[in-house]
Write a protein that binds this ligand. Structure first.
Ligand SMILES: NC(=O)c1ccc[n+]([C@@H]2O[C@H](COP(=O)([O-])OP(=O)(O)OC[C@H]3O[C@@H](n4cnc5c(N)ncnc54)[C@H](O)[C@@H]3O)[C@@H](O)[C@H]2O)c1
Length: 343
């Protein structure tokens, strides 16, 4: 079977990792083009990865008839425009989270995806991570009974520069959105209310953008289950991702700080290596989600994370942001307490 010709748009922190996976390890993919407006960036990555075409204009990739699918890893505020343009040219799309930065744009995107009948998968890679996948199977098998509490910790090893923060949508949309998604997936439940709190503790420059470096969301689910979700830019020790689910008959912990299962003990005490960054923690998941994207296009199936699913995650994140701006008032997802979001 012929390989699918792919173009990657945006070659920053994550775009380079996706490009590397597509050129080296994702079966069925042929990385044909890379694009990034930063002078020289696309050319240097193309040369490093042996990619035949590059451009400083993302539209060149979208308009190229030889390209079957576009992988969008550009700043969040450009996702909507990129998806719509790609869909209008009949290209399938893999887009990084969040789908867009406003619900109006998410609605426009969903409409175009449906009209043009393209596949659009969104980058909620935790669903493809082997540990989260195993946890899901164990919950389904009833090993902890009925899930009643979700605890999510997402701590980044530092704060990205202002150039990223100003287009990121803030901590709830940029960071906690991963936990809202995996909470809905693992609990098999919908979040119906959220209260968001946060503060700038360590990176004063982000206050200018209304952002915080430490945030917490208290969430309530339709079933009556509840949870708390922490987002932090304050873990200089590494990338700290942990999830706990309390069930009626047991609990389940996902994640560890350890990068390798080696502990060194000497005069200085004992030490082990901590997972340094998201590329290391989710290396497998980033590859597996792209492999699944290729298979989904081939089989013309519904992706495991749809644009509609991603809009629900955005809704929760945007309402958490509103709640934070209203001094942490509990707000109902969906507008009023009787209205539930639907999958
Ligand atoms: N799933 C995850 O775990 C995860 C992790 C990090 C980032 N992300 C998401 O990926 C996206 C990119 O994040 P990043 O950290 O790689 O950002 P980054 O700032 O490191 O890189 C963005 C790149 O996009 C380029 N760019 C800007 N406008 C462009 C355009 N119109 N077309 C093509 N390229 C353009 C920039 O020059 C830059 O090289 C964001 O939406 C972010 O939320 C997801």
């Amino acid at each position: 079977m012929n390989e699918l010709n792919i173009a990657v748009l945006g070659l920053g922190r994550l775009g380079c990792a996706h490009a590397r996976n597509l050129s080296q390890s994702v079966k069925g993919a042929n990385l044909k083009m890379v694009a990034d407006p930063l002078e020289g960036k696309a050319e240097s990555i193309a040369k490093e990865l042996n990619v035949p075409k590059w451009s400083e204009n993302p539209l060149d990739a979208i308009q190229d008839e030889a390209i079957d699918a576009i992988v969008i890893v550009t700043p969040t505020n450009t996702h909507g425009e990129m998806i719509i343009k790609a869909a209008e040219h009949g290209k399938h799309v893999f887009v990084e989270k969040p789908l867009t930065d406003t619900l109006e744009e998410a609605d426009k995107v969903i409409k175009v995806i449906e009209e043009k009948q393209i596949i659009c998968q969104v980058g909620f890679m935790r669903r493809f991570d082997p540990a989260y996948f195993d946890a899901k199977q164990r919950i389904l098998a009833g090993e902890i009974g009925k899930p009643i509490y979700f605890k999510g910790i997402t701590r980044d090893q530092g704060c990205p520069p202002a150039s990223f923060i100003k287009h990121s949508g803030g901590a709830f949309l940029d960071i906690s959105i991963h936990d809202y998604d995996i909470a809905r997936y693992l609990m098999d439940d919908e979040i119906v209310s959220v209260a968001g709190h946060g503060r700038v503790l360590n990176y004063p420059y982000i206050a200018e953008y209304g952002d915080v470096d430490q945030a917490i969301s208290y969430v309530e689910f339709k079933s009556g289950a509840v949870g708390d979700i922490e987002a932090s830019r304050n873990s200089p020790y590494g990338h700290d991702i942990r999830t706990e689910i309390i069930g009626t008959e047991g609990s389940l912990f996902i994640g560890t700080l350890r990068n390798q299962d080696v502990t060194v003990m000497n005069d200085n005490g004992s030490t082990y290596e901590v997972i340094p960054d998201f590329q290391t923690r989710f290396g497998d998941a980033y590859r597996i989600e792209l492999e699944e994207f290729i298979k989904t296009i081939r089989a013309n199936e519904k992706p495991r994370v749809t644009a509609l699913d991603s809009k629900i995650n955005m809704q929760i994140a945007l309402i958490a942001t509103d709640s934070f701006n209203q001094q942490g008032e509990k707000l109902h997802v969906g507008g009023n307490k009787d209205e539930q979001v639907k999958l």
